[in-house]
Design a protein around this ligand. Structure first.
Ligand code: PRP
Length: 214
């Protein structure tokens, strides 16, 4: 079972899967069914579609054997049950700290000691700031993070930036980059042992597909 994330990453992942010989049934990616698992042309491989954070959870608990997930999600959870052998080189974006543009001119990040931050990534954010002696009080949101500063929930956010359009449309500017992000193949560590031949075969095929795309 291969867990795939929903959202804009799908369009980048499907061509990569095709190069690896993974062809989902026609209903995949359409709204024609409420079914959440799908067959592929290979009887030995099923696909499931879940939210990106849940890809890591399904694979960590062995409910799915393989998954595709952003390095942002991996860093937030740090599940020891996950092995991430392959950078798929798609889903490229950046994780940044941002704040209201009007505040940026006078604000000095070197002077921060205690800050409040809205984010999907509270663990990662706390650890990032703790490493430089800043206490980050995190407010966990699941989406639309960019609304938070304008409405006074907090003054700063940590979120992903791709084109920068969402920051700009919400009067936010980047203060600093926390990490570069790409999608990774993840594998359940137990499945690596109990289904060794199959998991290694998929890792190899996806690695070849990534190389072919370079
Ligand atoms: C992501 C991210 C930003 C946006 C960045 O959200 O959280 O909000 O994309 O992209 P941009 O720089 O190209 O504007 P997504 O659209 O995946 O939805 P979400 O708010 O549900 O996380």
């Amino acid at each position: 079972v291969l867990a795939l994330p929903k959202g804009r990453i799908v369009a980048e992942v499907l061509p990569l899967l095709a190069r690896a010989g993974i062809v989902p049934e026609a209903a995949f990616g359409t709204n024609a069914t409420r079914r959440l698992w799908f067959d592929t042309a290979d009887p030995g491989l099923k696909l499931i579609r879940v939210r990106s954070f849940d890809v890591a959870t399904f694979v960590a608990f062995g409910a799915a054997h393989l998954g595709i997930v952003g390095s942002d999600v991996l860093a937030e959870f740090a599940y020891s049950e996950l092995y991430a052998p392959l950078d798929l080189r798609v889903g490229r974006c950046r994780m940044v700290v941002a704040e209201l543009a009007e505040m940026r001119e006078t604000d000095d990040p070197a002077g921060w000691s205690h800050i409040r931050i809205a984010t999907k990534y509270p663990n990662l954010t706390r650890a990032y700031f703790a490493a430089r002696g800043v206490q980050a009080e995190c407010i966990k949101l699941n989406g639309s993070i960019e609304l938070a500063p304008r409405l006074g929930l907090c003054r700063r956010i940590v979120d992903l930036v791709d084109t920068g359009a969402t920051l700009k449309a919400n009067d936010l500017v980047e203060v600093e980059q926390i990490a570069a992000v790409t999608s990774r193949l993840i594998v359940n560590r137990a499945a690596m042992k109990t289904r060794s031949a199959e998991t290694h075969r998929w890792i190899d095929r996806l690695a070849e597909a990534v190389d072919a795309a370079r």
